[in-house]
Design a protein around this ligand. Structure first.
Ligand SMILES: [Zn+2]
Length: 417
């Protein structure tokens, strides 16, 4: 009996990290040409449990696009049969999710604690925020802007040389729990700031003239859940009366056309907008901080994955922002700069037309608060690995994204308002 329990415990423990839950699961990419194809996918999604990777839900599928989704092992035959019978063109992006999950920890770096080239647990990131602050008191300070649903402190790092009335850029990572490359970038950004300040002219100027507010993980509870229980979790971990379903999509929870389009009112859906705008402690804390610092915050950057896109308002409506021409030119120049390092191609444009309409996003909200430069980054890749980007891609992804963020910051500094 004892031996049996021990075996079960060991099996469960290894399942967490090797992702054995995902044995035999596949990720499909379907080509969608017309409305007829969309109707078919709605039908498939209503009869089979499907996890949409891109777009975020079945309701956001557009004609002339591709749709990526994950299918459980027991449903694969049904899904492939359905796609073939209806002559939908598709390819298999990931043929066994378990083996790709095992491959994500492929960093050659040997480190037991924090590493910029590995995915770090929240516990490690939390300790890192403390350490990086105490080791760089002239450049970094740490504060808590709120607590998560499960009661964890939300740390915000202020990165910059002390000075009076400095303009600031706010950047957050880790809205969606499974987008692991995102928190990795926020950490990388802080490291590059302290590593190159005083040595590299552009970074030195940026930190002398600007402050960067960096929120390394917004959805901490969800992030922890992806490490301990379900690697594919997306939402927060809040509960509410009347449902057993857990979590709200934090990027549908802001007061920007809240829940009007591209979001769900069903608590069980992955794009659930929550019972009200800012119902989540995490989004409320973020919004409160920005509201209190509106006079200094000149740009808002939010880091997601995947699909290699740079988006700006609006997503809750097809209307264009007042400075659309400027944002378009800035995005164009920024993705060009990003591509100089590894040739990584990004598309860009207003959210609604470039990907799909979605209300309640933080970028639209920040823009409507008066922050003229508001962008969402969707980092690597374009679907080969999707949310399970291998650690070996952390460095090249973060290096190229640094070029983009530095370019943006320099522009903001030259166009203060
Ligand atoms: Zn996201």
């Amino acid at each position: 009996m004892l031996a049996f329990l021990l075996l079960v415990t060991l099996a469960l423990a290894s399942a967490h990290h090797s992702g054995e839950h995902f044995e035999g699961e596949k990720v499909f990419r379907v080509n969608v040409e017309d409305e007829n194809h969309i109707t078919l996918l709605h039908k498939l999604a209503s009869t089979t449990q499907i996890d949409f990777w891109k777009p975020d839900s079945v309701t956001q599928i557009k004609p002339h696009s591709t749709v990526d989704f994950r299918v459980k092992a027991e449903d694969i035959f049904t899904v492939e049969d359905f796609l073939e019978r209806n002559e939908l063109q598709y390819e298999v992006l990931i043929s066994n999710l378990r083996s790709v999950l095992e491959g994500q920890f492929d960093s050659q770096v040997r480190a037991t604690g924090h590493s910029y080239e590995k995915y770090n647990t929240w516990e490690t990131i939390e300790a890192w925020t403390q350490q990086v602050t105490s080791e760089n008191p002239d450049l970094i300070s740490r504060r808590t802007i709120g607590t998560t649903f499960e009661g964890r402190a939300m740390y915000l790092l202020k990165v910059g040389k002390a000075g009076p009335n400095k303009p600031a850029i706010f950047m957050d990572c880790g809205f969606h729990a499974r987008e692991w490359i995102s928190p990795a970038f926020c950490q990388w950004f802080v490291r590059e700031a302290i590593r190159t300040y005083g040595h590299e002219i552009h970074m030195t100027e940026l930190l002398d003239e600007l402050d960067f507010y960096v929120l390394p993980v917004v959805n901490i509870d969800g992030y922890i859940y992806t490490w301990t229980k379900n690697r594919m979790w997306r939402k927060t971990r809040s509960t509410q009366a009347g449902t057993t379903c857990i979590g709200t999509d934090p990027n549908r929870n802001f007061d920007a056309g809240w829940c009007q389009i591209g979001a769900s009112r069903s608590p069980c859906d992955e794009t659930y907008c929550g019972p009200a705008a800012e119902s989540e402690r995490e989004t409320k804390a973020l919004a409160n901080f920005i509201r209190s610092n509106l006079s200094s915050i000149k740009a808002y950057l939010t880091i997601h994955s995947y699909s290699q896109m740079m988006l700006y308002p609006y997503s809750y409506d097809y209307k264009l922002p007042e400075n659309n021409a400027e944002l378009n030119a800035l995005a164009k120049a920024t993705v060009k700069e990003l591509a100089t390092l590894h040739g990584t191609k990004y598309t860009y444009g207003p959210g609604a037309t470039t990907i799909y309409p979605a209300a309640g996003g933080s970028d639209d909200w920040a823009y409507d608060q008066g922050i003229k430069y508001s962008f969402t980054f969707e980092l690597r890749d374009k679907g080969r690995y999707g949310f399970v980007l291998p650690e070996s891609q952390i460095q090249p992804t973060c290096e190229e994204t640094m070029l983009a963020v530095k370019h943006l910051a320099r522009y903001v500094l030259e166009h203060l308002y």
